[in-house]
Design a protein around this ligand. Structure first.
Ligand SMILES: [Zn+2]
Length: 272
């Protein structure tokens, strides 16, 4: 695979609302909380930051906090070393108990949502929202059998609480930021994902999904910290459009699903 490197560092306008005459802050393409190191300086106004940062809280702080702790990812607000992680269990003697665990003792379980292709790439009727096709569960901490033995556990349950398409919106936001880091803001003829990122529309399933059959493989990629991003162009049959697509995968050395985002169409005047 060819690698692509970041070309655009200082943007000088809000990449979401295109305002220039306002205070602009630095945007992390992959969130800082996932060890992302690609940044776009002067690229986000305060209004848009308030909207776009909201989509990251649910996946990162509610569903992936234990994973981030196990993998020693950074956190601005939390100190995982001192945190007590709670787990409700039923013990072998039948008693219910809430375990209070240190970072080194946790299972670090989380669930990853799996989807079909973004519906813009299928012949299905477009729909609002997104359909979850499956869920895969991964543990990033201590061994499950040893954990059960050590704490005399009969049963416990875990279910991630993904809500309001925040996770899918975060995928779209990362993909959009990555396109701009590599090709700048001029590369778009049309950007599909922007209204979803700004929470103005409820059609994220058109642009975000998975591609388990690997029909759409961008040719250029980059590993940024512990995450993988790939960017490319896809030309659907019977269309003169060139779609800008990004594949992304978190936690690079694991079997977690890879996500696909159709970010927009390529401006034909644009030279990569
Ligand atoms: Zn803005």
């Amino acid at each position: 695979m060819n690698t692509i490197s970041q070309k655009y560092f200082d943007i000088g306008e809000c990449i979401y609302c295109h305002k220039k005459e306002c205070k602009l802050t630095t945007e992390h393409v992959i969130p800082f909380a996932l060890d992302g190191t690609l940044t776009l300086r002067n690229s986000c106004c305060e209004n848009c930051r308030a909207i776009t940062s909201k989509c990251e809280r649910n996946p990162l702080n509610e569903n992936w906090a234990e994973v981030r702790a196990c993998l020693d990812y950074p956190s601005r607000k939390r100190n995982f070393e001192n945190e007590d992680f709670k787990l409700e269990v039923v013990l072998r003697n039948g008693n219910k108990e809430t375990l209070s665990l240190k970072k080194s003792e946790i299972l670090g379980i989380t669930q990853f949502l799996e989807y079909g292709l973004p519906t813009i790439l299928t012949n299905q009727i477009s729909q609002n929202g997104i359909t979850v096709r499956g869920v895969s569960t991964f543990g990033f901490g201590v061994n499950l059998d040893e954990f059960i033995e050590k704490h005399n556990i009969k049963q416990f349950s875990y279910s991630a609480k993904y809500k309001q398409n925040f996770f899918e919106t975060m995928l779209a936001k990362i993909a959009y930021g990555f396109v701009i880091a590599c090709w700048g803001t001029e590369c778009f003829e049309e950007c599909f994902v922007l209204p979803s990122i700004l929470r103005k529309t409820d059609n994220i399933g058109l642009w975000v999904g998975c591609d388990f059959e690997e029909k759409i493989l961008p040719k250029i990629g980059i590993q940024n910290g512990k995450n993988i991003l790939k960017l490319g162009i896809f030309e659907p049959a019977k269309s003169d459009k060139q779609l800008i697509i990004v594949r992304l995968k978190f936690f690079a050395n694991t079997a977690t699903p890879e996500y696909l985002v159709v970010v927009g169409t390529l401006n034909k005047e644009f030279k990569k």
